[in-house]
Design a binder for this molecule. Sequence first.
Ligand SMILES: Cc1ncc(COP(=O)(O)O)c(C=O)c1O
Length: 441
Amino acid sequence: MAQKRQTSVVAAASSRSEQLYNRAKKVLPGGVDSPVRYFEPYPFFAASARGSKLVTADHRTLTDYCMGYGAMLLGHGYPSVLDAARSQLDKGTLYCVPTELEIKLAELVSKAVPCADMVRLVNTGSEATMNAIRLARAFTKKKKVIKFDGGYHGAHDYVLVKAGSGAASLPASEGVLEEASAQTIVSPYNDAAELERTIERNRDDAACVIMEPVLANIGLVLPDKNYLSDVRKITQQNDTVLIFDEVVTGFRLALGGAGEFFGIRPDLATFAKALGNGFPVGAIAGSKEIMQQLAPAGRVYQASTFAGNPVSVSAAIAALSTLFEAKDSIYPQVARTCDSIVEGIREELEDIGGINCTINSIGSMYQVFFTADRVRDEASAKKADPAKFRKLFDELLRRNVFIPPSQFETCFVSYAHDEDDVDRTVDAYSEAFKKIKEQQK
Ligand SMILES: Cc1ncc(COP(=O)(O)O)c(C=O)c1O
C-alpha cells in the first residue's frame, strides 16, 4: 500500500536523517532501539552533543530539553565526567572482580542518599526496579506489587501495567505474562485514602509499593502536600516495603533525591540516569536489613556481568563528586533556569491568550499540558490535548528546540543551560503557541 508522504520538521526531504532512518528500519525494529525515540514521520539522528546542545546528522544545532530523558543533569560531555571515563579506559574496561572504585561510588551514594545504608550497583533503571521488587518480596514473604497509574519503572513484566512513558500510548504490551501482571495492583497517584483501602484489602499479599515520588513519565505530576508522608505511614502500618523509584529524581531533585527533598525515608530506592551523567550505571539502595538479603550475603539472587564496570563507575564517581562539591550552586542554578523558562512560557501564554494550558514544574523539570484543569494524576494528565502537544513539539523543533516528543514525558533542564538558552526557548514557545492559536481558529 502506498504510504502518504508526510513532510518532516526534522529536515528537508532526502535529509541525512531520512536516509539513516530508511536504512535503520531494515535492521532495527521501527528504526530505533527504544520506542520513545521514534516520532512521525521519522526521528532525527544525532551526530554529537555538548553542554545544552545536540547536533543532528543534518548539521542542525538543537537546544536539548530531553537531555537523555533526565540523565544529563550536568549537561552533555561534562569535562570531569569525560576525563574520569577516559583515564579509566587505558586501565581496563571490565575486570569482573571487585574494585576500590565500586566501594568509593557506593560510599558516595550512601553519603548522599538518606536511606542508603547499603548499595548494589547495576547498569540500568529497569534492572534496579526489577531487583528491588524481588528484594521486597523476599523480605516480606509476600507477592503483590502496588504501583501507581501512569508510573513507569522500566520495561519488565511486573511493572508494565498501566505504565507511563512510551507505554502510556499502548493498551498493554503483548508478551507480558498475565500471571505476572495479575500480581500487580494499580492505584491512582495522589490518593492516599484509596491506597490505604487497597493495601488493607491486600494486607497479607502486598510486598511493596513502588512509586516515582514525582511522576515524570506521564508528563510531570507533583505530589500533593503530605501525600508522600501518608504513603510512608500507610506502608509502614501494613508491613509493606516502600520503594522510591528515583531513576529520574535521584541526584536531580536534590543530591539526596526526592527522599531528601521531601524528607521521606523509603525502605529501598532505585537510581540510574543522573548517577552516571550519561554512562550506563544504576543502583539499588536501602536499609541494611533488606539489602543484606542480596547474594552472596543472602539468598536473593541478582547478578550482572557489567555491574560495577570501571568506566561507568569512574564516570559516576566524577559526577557525584561534582554534585557534592558544587551542590550549593548547581541545584539553585538549575531550578532558577527552569523557573525562568516556566515563568517566560506563562507570560507568553497570557499575552497570546486563548490557549488553555497547565504547566507543572519542580526543581529542574517541567511540562506543559494542553488542558485548563489541574494535572495531579494519570487521569487528569490524559485529558490534555495530544494534537496540540504534537504541534508544539513540531513548532519547537522547527525553531531548534528539542523537547521529548510525547506529552507523557518531562522536559529536563541541565547545569549547562544558560540565559541565552532560556531567551531562545521562551521565544520558540511563544512562536509555537501563536501557530497553535492560528490552528484553533
Ligand atoms: C522512573 C523510572 N524508572 C525506571 C526507568 C527505567 O530505566 P532504564 O531505562 O535505565 O532501564 C525509567 C526510565 O525512563 C524511569 O523513568
